[in-house]
Design a protein around this ligand. Structure first.
Ligand code: ARG
Length: 459
């Protein structure tokens, strides 16, 4: 029998091997697309020696997935698929310079956690697991997936915070912001919902905003009750006491909690994950960006530099000093932190090993090149292919409040207009860019003819 012809969502005929044609003929276009994403993902997984999957295993699993999609509209990842999936999503994150560590990411499987107390307990467990007494390790907690095609269904769990640990930004009477300006809108919302911070400082930890079944629950001021779970470092410089006197501090663990995780076409809208910091993220961006703590001038003055003209490069001197201070302070506290030279070199080695093995990496030059001493990093001198592996990756997404209102009005058109960012979830629907390309799916699926016994059970 010739391969069955099925129209892809892009309108091109998609040749699929006979082996799959039975289970696939009754799939809708969206379901076919989900199956194609699952197929690329399972193929990627099979190439990982840790899972010892042969062609037979791949065939069986894809057949089961096809049947499950046909019956339920979705499919459920096995534990192994979840473990590999989160790691593969990290490996495919074009903007991350720490990806050489992708195989070390550990999963907390919370797909069956459905209530607020359970979510809080899971997040607490996540932080404990990640912390390791300062020797931070990468952890991801995965909550329930979204049902494909059921865009009117509520998301079981969402977290509205940008990160689990983050400082509030309080708008003051004179229009100035006390704290992190990045957090002003969120801080305002939390206070509207009844959050009363014990103290308003430049470093007040924000509460958690947990959504259950599309309902916003009251803010959880977890760190007010458990300050020990919010490890922080006071920033000092070995040579400039003026910098110590600025009273700067930063938290130790970056846990991104607002992004969507996609594995083999299945979206997990709540999957907080952490790594550890690279010094420049705190020193160059969080402390010195004009739209953040905007401290360059204060640092220059604290160092007693001549700040009357930029010509003496006092800004650059201040920038280097605050970067030294952050690394020095984390090191002294015994908290894990990377520097841009070390991570740049490790990433370059990773690119070389992967290229040699025929597994090239995609990347986003603008993000991979560090914000200080750019041309000293190997990334500066490379070109990267910035195409997105859409079947398995991390994506930006609208916040739960926007998603809930989109679900109750015209969802598709409104959502599509929101962002042009190629790393936004909304922009993955019409232009799936799997590494193999949607139309080449037939080449990815095993075309091997099944044995006669097996083919009879499927024909
Ligand atoms: N850049 C963000 C921040 O400064 C953190 C992003 C994730 N970083 C990481 N090293 N895993 O808070």
């Amino acid at each position: 029998m010739p391969p069955a012809l099925i129209l892809s969502t892009l309108g091109e005929p998609l040749a699929l091997p006979t082996f799959y044609s039975i289970s696939m003929t009754n799939l809708t276009h969206t379901q076919t697309r989900l199956l194609s994403q699952a197929a690329v993902f399972i193929q990627d997984m099979a190439k990982d020696p840790r899972y010892a999957m042969g062609e037979q295993d791949v065939s069986h699993r894809l057949e089961a997935i096809a049947a499950e999609i046909s019956n339920t509209g979705t499919y459920v990842h096995t534990e192994d698929e979840l473990c590999f999936g989160v790691q593969w999503a990290w490996r495919g994150s074009n903007r991350c310079i720490g990806r050489h560590m992708w195989r070390t990411l550990q999963v907390q499987d919370c797909r069956d956690v459905r209530d607020k107390e359970g979510v809080v307990a899971s997040l607490q467990q996540h932080l404990q697991w990640a912390w390791k007494g300062g020797n931070i390790q990468s952890v991801i907690t995965v909550f329930a997936p979204r049902k494909p095609q059921q865009t009117d269904q509520p998301d079981p769990v969402r977290i509205a915070n940008h990160q689990l640990l983050r400082y509030a930004g309080f708008e003051q009477a004179d229009g100035q912001i006390l704290g992190d300006p990045h957090s002003t809108t969120f801080t305002h919302r939390m206070m509207q919902l009844g959050w009363t911070p014990k103290q308003k400082t430049a470093h007040t930890p924000l509460p958690w905003s947990i959504w259950i079944d599309d309902e916003e629950t009251s803010p959880v001021d977890h760190f007010a009750a458990h300050p020990e779970q919010f490890p922080e470092v006071d920033i000092t410089h070995p040579d400039y006491p003026g910098i110590d006197a600025l009273g700067l501090r930063w938290y130790a663990i970056p846990v991104i909690s607002e992004m969507a995780l996609v594995i083999g076409g299945i979206t997990y809208p709540c999957a907080p994950f952490n790594g550890w910091y690279m010094g420049t993220e705190i020193a160059a961006r969080n402390f010195c960006d004009p739209q953040r703590y905007d401290l360059t001038e204060k640092i220059g003055q604290a160092m007693e530099l001549d700040t009357s003209s930029h010509r003496n490069l006092w800004k650059d001197q201040a920038m280097i000093a605050i970067n030294q201070a952050v690394l020095h302070s984390f090191d002294r506290a015994g908290f894990r932190i990377g520097d841009h030279h070390e991570l740049g070199a490790q990433f370059e080695r990773f690119c070389q090993v992967e290229e040699k093995a025929g597994r090239p990496l995609n990347g986003d030059w603008n993000w991979l090149t560090p914000p200080v001493s750019g041309s000293m990093s190997p990334q500066f001198h490379r070109d990267f292919d910035n195409s997105v592996a859409a079947h398995t990756n991390f994506f930006y997404q609208s916040g739960p409040a926007d998603d809930v209102s989109a679900r109750s009005s015209a969802p598709v058109e409104e959502a599509a207009a929101r962002s042009n960012d190629p790393f936004h979830l909304e922009n993955q629907h019409e232009t799936p860019r799997c590494p193999f390309g949607f139309d080449k799916l037939a080449k990815v699926l095993p075309i091997r003819r099944p044995s006669s016994k097996k083919s009879s059970s499927h024909s």
